[in-house]
Design a binder for this molecule. Structure first.
Ligand SMILES: Cc1ncc(COP(=O)(O)O)c(C=O)c1O
Length: 392
């Protein structure tokens, strides 16, 4: 096998951007996909909002918050390609998915279809919603290796039944880091009158999201992954055809008294007193990546992920589950490892080498998922390979 080429981009050209993060010196962090730390400008923006809140809470909550919240939402809506009235902030994708599960009318005998690549907590959310209604979660196994978008859509369509009330798919999957063809899936489901909820936390910034073009019914996301917004920032998108069905799980004022909520989203404005600074700093995260240039950000992080993938394949001789193409994966490399104890290997990499990288047990196999953001470089990948070589 040909030795993996280093990415054409020079690491040193990216060093000024990498210097915007305050990561612990003892750690090699290759897990932005689980928890994406914010760069300095985002931390500063959040701190500034917190200061405004702490120094005059009454003025902040009663007079400043509504326009700031709407400005931040407008910016995010433009960034993800939809109208602001289709979006509300949520602390994370999990909270957003719980809103969908709490709002979808399910009755005994109904089915909710998930792929076998979905996030574990999303399975739990739908299992509970189905159990309460006497409905069932069905899982469709996608073929492996994945070779075409048509193959994925066909597998999902074949698993639909007259009882399917919702399809839940990730835009980019968690255990396998693959980009699913959500536009085609939504199109096929809509032709059959079945709504689709997309679990999208990895897609925000990794992909050029155009929510209105996807035409899904629900989209749930976290901004504290690839967008590098503060922890505790996410959103829920609800298509207008569903907005009258959606209810906030935490009922409070909606809009602050004396106003009365009229539109669906107004019920989500106020869910009790909380610190909204993470939401209000989302525009700073968008500004930051726009300054870098989103195409450059995506190209750089994909090149790094591609380098990681190639080096890992050289090491293990094992074939990844998707072709080597930006259509299938973005900023995360996902490669099979020889069989073994996944949690033990992850622990060893941390304890011996201070490398933070997820080793995933999935579908009876063991995989490594390497996240590459702007603070990562080729030397990080080389260090991972050196550490891993004697362990696998
Ligand atoms: C595909 C997917 N869905 C949902 C989540 C949950 O995200 P959060 O913890 O931000 O709610 C994750 C987290 O890693 C994920 O990877």
């Amino acid at each position: 096998m040909q030795a993996a080429q280093r990415p054409c981009d020079d690491d040193s050209a990216w060093a000024p951007w990498a210097a915007q993060w305050r990561l612990r010196e003892d750690t090699l962090y290759l897990n932005h996909g689980s928890f994406g730390p914010p760069p300095d400008p985002v931390r500063q923006a959040r701190a500034a909002w917190q200061a405004r809140l702490d120094e005059q809470p009454m003025d902040f909550f009663v007079r400043q918050l509504a326009p700031a919240w709407e400005n931040a939402r407008r910016r995010l809506a433009k960034f993800v390609g939809t109208n602001e009235t289709n979006l509300v902030f949520q602390a994370n994708a999990t909270a957003a998915m719980n809103v969908v599960a709490g709002s979808l009318p399910l009755t005994a005998g109904d089915e909710v279809l998930l792929t076998d690549h979905e996030y574990g907590a999303v399975f739990r959310i739908w299992e509970r919603a189905c159990r309460r209604a006497g409905a069932k979660v069905q899982t469709v196994t996608l073929p492996l290796p994945l070779e075409s978008a048509e193959q994925v859509t066909a597998a999902i369509v074949a698993a639909l039944t007259p009882r399917t009330r919702l399809v839940v798919v990730s835009h980019i999957t968690s255990p396998t880091a693959i980009t699913l063809p959500v536009n085609a899936i939504c199109h096929a489901a809509r032709e059959r009158g079945i709504p689709v909820g997309i679990d999208g936390p990895h897609a925000v910034a990794q992909l050029d999201l155009r929510l209105d073009e996807i035409d899904c019914d629900f989209y749930t996301a976290s901004c504290h992954k690839w967008l590098s917004a503060p922890f505790g920032s996410g959103f829920l998108f609800v298509h207008p055809r569903w907005q009258s069905h959606v209810e906030p799980p935490l009922l409070s004022w909606g809009l602050l008294s004396p106003n009365k909520p009229q539109a669906w989203w107004e019920e989500f404005f106020w869910s009790g007193t909380a610190d909204p600074s993470a939401f209000l700093a989302i525009p700073a995260a968008i500004d930051f990546l726009e300054q870098v240039g989103l195409p450059a950000f995506r190209a750089r992080t994909h090149e790094l992920a591609r380098y990681a993938r190639r080096r890992l394949v050289e090491l293990t001789g094992l074939t990844p589950i998707v072709p080597d193409s930006a259509a299938w994966y973005g900023s995360m490399a996902h490669v099979p490892l020889p069989p073994g104890d996944a949690p033990q290997l992850q622990r060893t990499l941390w304890e011996r080498h201070k490398i933070e990288v997820p080793i995933v047990a999935w579908n009876g196999g063991r995989y490594i998922r390497v996240s590459c953001h702007l603070y990562n470089n080729t030397t990080h990948i080389d260090r991972l390979i050196d550490a891993l070589a004697p362990l696998v």
